[in-house]
Design a protein around this ligand. Structure first.
Ligand code: ACO
Length: 278
């Protein structure tokens, strides 16, 4: 198993106009997640974090699949039969990129679901902040069809993202559903005709880029943290976080917004973002 931290083969990255387009690149295998994808994704998202040209990260798949989930041969069968230390290293690296890292990634993330999306790919989808799907993309929690449960952290991701009836329906039946249905049940923000997928994703990324990146980073972390807290702890945490954020915000957004609204009367916070220095 090759664990070297590089990318460009199983995962490609193109940074353009502030967007880092990260593509799972095994189209012949429907972008099934093998050790190559796992270790290259770890390296790619670490590199993108430090690249100031990348403001928003978009994850998509090459060819007609987003991802057919974990690679049954290279992620399960071969490592299961090999050195258990390497298997553990692989599984740890996979949880690192698929959710531990992605959910709390310091830049906004969008899953652009262009086609097949199965099993472990739901982890990636749910860990991204936002998701846009092609109307004809096909989704499925197919684990039940081959005798396992949605493990990794898939069941937890789905339980957080969907209402119980929908989550259990798809976990128990393994039925596939399309992008329009994914939008209806709130698994993606919206589904669009495939020809518009990239343009609509770009527009969404650009909307994120207009906002204060420091605020976006703290807002998404706070969202995930408070979901697991009591109301009292959440209130304490949010107020402390908000205070800390304003002290550390390099562009002093809160003061700027306040001045522009109250003193200069140059913008309305209900209708758009305060004017940021470029
Ligand atoms: N693991 C390993 N190989 C895969 C996977 C996978 N998850 N998905 C596709 N492939 C391989 C196929 O074995 C095939 O390889 P080959 O060309 O060497 O025979 C190649 O990718 C193309 O796949 P096809 O099945 O021929 O493609 P098709 O377009 O007809 O079907 C589909 C696509 C529906 C996605 C099908 O490949 C499929 O059902 N894949 C498995 C989906 C799944 O259940 N994923 C969940 C895995 S479990 C988990 O993630 C926890």
């Amino acid at each position: 198993m090759d664990t070297k931290p590089a990318y460009g083969e199983n995962v490609t990255v193109r940074i353009e106009d502030g967007i880092a387009w990260v593509t799972l690149n095994r189209p012949k295998k429907r972008n099934a997640i093998n050790p190559g994808i796992v270790f290259e994704m770890v390296a790619a998202i670490d590199a993108i974090e430090m690249n100031d040209d990348a403001k928003v990260l978009v994850i998509t798949g090459a060819g007609d699949a987003f991802s057919a989930g974990q690679d049954l041969k290279e992620y399960f069968r071969e490592p299961d039969a090999g050195d258990p230390r390497l298997r553990e290293k692989l599984h740890n690296a996979n949880s690192y990129w698929q959710w531990r890292r992605l959910m709390f990634y310091p830049k906004p993330t969008i899953a652009m679901v262009n086609g097949w999306c199965f099993g472990g790919a739901f982890q990636v989808l749910c860990a991204c902040d936002l998701a846009v799907a092609a109307e004809d993309a096909q989704f499925g929690l197919s684990e039940v069809n081959w005798g396992i449960i949605p493990a990794g952290i898939v069941t937890k991701s789905v339980a957080m993202a969907l209402a119980q009836r929908n989550a259990l329906y798809y976990i128990l039946t393994g039925d596939t559903f399309d992008g329009k249905r994914a939008e209806q049940i709130g698994l993606v923000n919206f589904a669009v005709p495939k020809a518009e997928l990239e343009a609509r994703t770009t527009a969404l990324a650009k909307k994120m880029m207009e906002k204060n990146p420091h605020v976006l980073r703290v807002a998404k972390t706070a969202y995930h943290r408070v979901r697991e807290m009591s109301w009292d702890s959440a209130a304490d945490y949010l107020n402390a976080k908000n205070d800390q954020m304003q002290v550390r915000d390099p562009e002093k957004g809160a003061q700027k917004g306040m001045t522009q609204f109250l003193d200069e009367k140059s913008y309305k916070p209900g209708l758009g973002a305060y004017k940021r220095d470029k």
